[in-house]
Design a binder for this molecule. Structure first.
Ligand code: NAD
Ligand code: IPM
Ligand code: MN
Length: 365
């Protein structure tokens, strides 16, 4: 039997609800493939602030760093919104991503045939959409210096954030994107704002220079404002998208609605070595927290990405993906993806249905 150490970081809001469901699914799918997991559950974000006064306790980071893979729920909530910046729950995410050096954030957006009706776009626009957004995760305006709220020469407060990319940061994310596109439909669209931003001018130059190493990949460039529009106009034109930290954040939330709900989109954050970080793209959804209403599928699918990209356990990952489709085929829907004629269920029941679907499959040989 293969054993893996998994760090579970439930976090805040709906985080603990979706993590508890995803953990059971992960455990079951793994056990059917002869995998055993040692789960270590640690506080992060607001939960950690309440317990020990910091958003990213040393022990939590150590457990994460020493694990084989990390599954995170979500972080943040009204309660801590007025905290000073370094005591905001969200800082935990930055520390984790930066210190684990997980610069490549893969955010797939796929319209499942079962959920075409849940999309806010017309059926003919939404059906068949299948794209991968490759978001740079450890650089750009989230981390650039100078940063902070300072006093300028007129004695006035100024808020400063700096969009900055070094050549090597662009090259390494571009390589991940070219490799990703190569394994998909061979189309890569680099999204930037190279008509205005210097960081984007360098971005475009470096990505273009790398293209000759990937002759099998068709590279195009698009300004981010146009990309936001094109995603809604004709999302099927996209295969792989590569973009910076902040554009990737925004465009992936936009892309999620094409698939029916932000409650559907998983993500994988990977570095050159060390454990990967796997989390849904959504936040802690404080408006529905504690009501058993959250859609756990984004987190369940993140567990599938953990198996596939984090541990190389593709068979177990496939079991989870198939089970999600099976539960949807049976008509189970949480509120965010519900349409008339289906069966409305809560977070727990959706998790139980996916678990049943995992169990009902004959173990692959
Ligand atoms: P959000 O993603 O938490 O919620 C946006 C909307 O989507 C809400 O109406 C919510 O109910 C709904 N939603 C989100 N996930 C859902 C799910 N699984 N099932 C059903 N509905 C779902 O974004 P927000 O409201 O802007 O942010 C809330 C908090 O989460 C903030 O503190 C923010 O900083 C934080 N946040 C954290 C992460 C993260 O941990 N990676 C990501 C985004 C936002
Ligand atoms: C995400 C979130 C985070 C981000 C926030 C909460 C800091 O929106 O993971 O998409 O912007 O990266
Ligand atoms: Mn986001």
């Amino acid at each position: 039997k293969k054993r893996y150490n998994i760090a579970l970081l439930p976090g805040d809001g709906i985080g603990p609800e979706v993590i508890s469901v995803a953990k059971n699914v992960l455990q079951k799918a793994g056990s059917l493939e002869g995998l055993e997991f040692d789960f270590q559950e640690m506080p992060v974000g607001g939960a950690a602030l309440d317990l020990v006064g910091v958003p990213m306790p040393e022990e939590t980071f150590t457990a994460a760093k020493q694990s084989d893979a990390i599954l995170l729920g979500a972080i943040g909530g009204y309660k801590w919104d007025k905290n000073e910046k370094h005591l905001r729950p969200e800082m935990a995410l930055f520390y984790l991503r930066r210190d684990l050096k997980v610069f490549a954030n893969l955010r797939p957006a796929t319209v499942l045939p079962q959920l075409v009706d849940a999309s806010t776009l017309k059926k003919e626009v939404a059906e068949g959409v299948d794209m991968m957004i490759v978001r740079e995760l450890t650089g750009g305006i989230y981390f650039g210096e100078p940063r902070g709220i300072k006093i300028n020469e007129n004695g006035e407060e100024v808020g400063i954030s700096t969009e900055i990319y070094a050549a090597h940061e662009i090259d390494r994310i571009a390589r991940v994107a070219f490799e990703t596109a190569r394994k998909r439909r061979g189309k890569l669209c680099s999204v930037d704002k190279a008509n205005v931003l210097d960081a984007s001018i360098l971005w475009r130059k470096r990505v273009t220079a790398l293209a000759s190493e990937y002759p099998d990949v068709e590279l195009s460039h698009m300004y981010v404002d146009n990309a936001a529009m094109q995603l809604i106009r004709d999302p099927k034109q996209f295969d792989t998208i590569v973009t910076n930290n902040i554009f990737g954040d925004i465009l992936s939330d936009e892309a999620s609605m094409i698939t029916g709900s932000i409650g559907m989109l998983p993500s994988a954050s990977l570095g050159e070595s060390g454990p990967g970080l796997f989390e849904p793209i959504h936040g802690s959804a404080p408006d529905i927290a504690g009501q058993d209403k959250a859609n756990p599928l984004a987190t369940i699918l993140s567990a599938a990405m953990l198996l596939k990209y984090g541990l190389g356990e593709e068979k177990a990952a496939k079991r989870i993906e198939d089970a999600v489709v099976d539960a949807l085929n049976k008509g189970f829907r949480t509120g965010d993806i519900y349409s008339p004629g289906n069966k409305l269920v809560g977070c727990k029941e959706m998790g139980e249905e996916v678990l049943k679907s995992v169990e009902s499959k004959v173990p692959a040989t």
